[in-house]
Design a protein around this ligand. Sequence first.
Ligand code: MRU
Length: 333
Amino acid sequence: MVKALERIDNRLRWIDQTRLPAVVDYKESDDYFEIIRAIKRLEIRGAPAIGIAAAYGLAVAVERAKIYNPDFIRKVGSEFKNARPTAVNLSWAVDRVLARLNDSEGNPISDAQPLWEEAEEIHREDEQMCEKIGANGAELIEDGSTILTHCNAGALATGGIGTALGVIYTCRNQGKNIKVYVDETRPLLQGARLTAWELMHEKIDTTLICDNTAGMLMRQGKIDCVIVGADRIARNGDIANKIGTYPVAVLAREHDVPFYVAAPASTFDDNIKTGDDITIEERAPEEVTRGFGRATAPDDTKVYSPAFDITPHNLISQYITDSGNKPGGREQS
Ligand code: MRU
């Protein structure tokens, strides 16, 4: 299974996801600015993965600067938190590392070791949560199912086998015969470039579709369920996930197709009441007008490009989590 992130000595190594699927390019750095830049550019992406990267990034910064002053470390922590606003995993992971600024007796740290330890722990826990999500989710999926997914919630987006895709890999390992339709996921094509690549690497029966094909397939009865990941889950169960998730959930309800959200504990944000309180990141117009280098719209076109949308809890059939499957707010038919 591909590894999105890895600690190599005192550096972070990552696969540059902007270059997939054409080039499998690993980068390494001991410079925290480069790690923040990689998160902003989506070289490292997916809610759990950016949290893990930020945790390692803090350790990288302190290791290199050899400054143990809490103000400095908190400032670096804020820079990581501000890299992307929607996924809660980023600030969740940074806060966990910042909680190690003092040892158990309250003395300030004198080297970066405790920060590395916490980052590695976060990474290990995420890997284990993915395994549990996979096992719990597989209970909902029958042999012979055809699953639709949106964006990439796989190994590339996490510290383990993924959340939504973790369920698919676990089904495969259990001997179930699973087919997957992958939404291409405009505008940055995480579905086409990353999910299709990852699933094919794992020899899963994969069919790529344009985002606007999902409705027709559901109407034809060709989709048994939808599984997606999440970037943040509010107290009332509303979720933020990649733009285009909400219309898929609406289609799923219309066609009586179960809609599952797979996410680890680190994605649930008890401080946020409803999806309306989640900050939605907006991306640069060029990602739409010149997506992969070629002009697809006039340069001066006005563009609105939110990176995520909110799917209300009443469209969600089940949450698949590391601590079990929980019913969503959608009425069961
Ligand atoms: O902008 P991205 O590619 O970081 O968006 C990622 C998603 O929306 C994923 O579905 C989400 O982070 C869950 S990943 C387990």
